[in-house]
Design a binder for this molecule. Sequence first.
Ligand SMILES: NC(=O)c1ccc[n+]([C@@H]2O[C@H](COP(=O)([O-])OP(=O)(O)OC[C@H]3O[C@@H](n4cnc5c(N)ncnc54)[C@H](OP(=O)(O)O)[C@@H]3O)[C@@H](O)[C@H]2O)c1
Length: 408
Amino acid sequence: MTAHPLPRLPAADDVSSPVADEPVALLQLDLSDPVEAASAVYRQVRRGRRVVAVACGGAEAPTRLAEALDAIGVAAVRPAPGEALLHDGVTVVPGPETAVARARPGQLRPLRVALAGCGVVGGGALPRLLADAGFEVVGVLVRNPDKARDPAIPQGLLLSDPAALLAREPDVVVEAISDASTGLALIRAALSRGVHVVSANKQAVGGDLSGLTALAESTGARLLYSASVGGGAPLIETVRRAAAQGEIIRIEAVLNGTCNFILNRLADGGAFDDALSAAREAGFAEEDPSADLTGLDAAAKLAILAYEGLEQPLRIEDVSGQALSADSVLPSGRVRQIARLDVASGRAGVAFEAVDGDLLFADLPDEANALRVTLADGRVFTATGRGAGRRPTAESVWADLEDLVENR
Ligand SMILES: NC(=O)c1ccc[n+]([C@@H]2O[C@H](COP(=O)([O-])OP(=O)(O)OC[C@H]3O[C@@H](n4cnc5c(N)ncnc54)[C@H](OP(=O)(O)O)[C@@H]3O)[C@@H](O)[C@H]2O)c1
């Protein structure tokens, strides 16, 4: 995967109205583990905080942190000596050789994790789960146990029956299956037993979010699904923050990394089939890309965002769609697939629009996603990030797991 810098945008345009009790986080980070350090920053970013990250561990520590952040779609400013420290987003500054050790909360016993799906997303989470003493992987569910895999699944963990996975009595199911019905059935079965669920599967979660939420509440389980919309971009969190600040009148977003990737290639004169193949190779396109290309994927994500931001649920089938194919006649100019919900009219749709001059949407690289939420009083909340791919999506799953550990 080629790493492209993402446009730097504030989490909230209206800085006169702080969106969190503590809108700035100051973190001292040990860069002997850049992935762990980037995760700590990411979790603050998705809470809507501006971050000053002090990178400890030598002269190269700020570079290591900036690179690890870029891999998960978080852009960082590195101010020159004498420049202001506090920027929108993340600022990385050099720190001392040694950081103060970070105590991990709630380390009672390892959290027992059942991983369902070990493809792009699940395969990104597995090595980290296996390496972290805070988690014990009790089983890994796949469809085809005979398939060669990278990463390899350790002996004794490989399963192909969802019931056998739950029989291993996990505390949490990490659901990263590509099949909506199997994913939904597994989520329901887990929540019914009081087992927490972290899901990346928007078709499963978006199909019955109110039902799943009610089920989770009835058994005391938690359902987290940050990765299901926006991959590593904190879109769900941004809608929640906006809704906490006032009445949402509009949601507009680029929600499908595959379409965004293909549209950029088409704009550069590339052929549709080549662009789709490249999106698949990069791990952005689904195994069956028809949901990406028909707009169904973006519709499911819009339904989840609507659930987060509005009282009334939005059914996926009520979102109008427009397909992208080799024969599509697109508007001229810079084109994006825009998912749009207008609350007053109740209109919800996914369509290809020219976005020239729109600073949020026009320059989105490759798999990037972006969101704009408008409130009745005119305030606007925005977010952007990497909407697909192993590292950013697994990072979002990881942040949900860390939230579970923290709230144990
Ligand atoms: N890729 C991304 O960038 C991204 C971003 C955000 C959200 N998501 C969502 O995350 C989920 C996983 O995506 P992915 O890209 O990781 O897909 P993937 O690479 O195709 O992997 C899917 C995994 O699910 C397993 N699986 C599929 N059907 C199954 C069934 N009936 N029973 C048991 N296991 C089954 C597959 O098993 P085998 O390995 O044996 O085939 C595979 O391990 C999807 O819901 C997707 O929409 C993906």
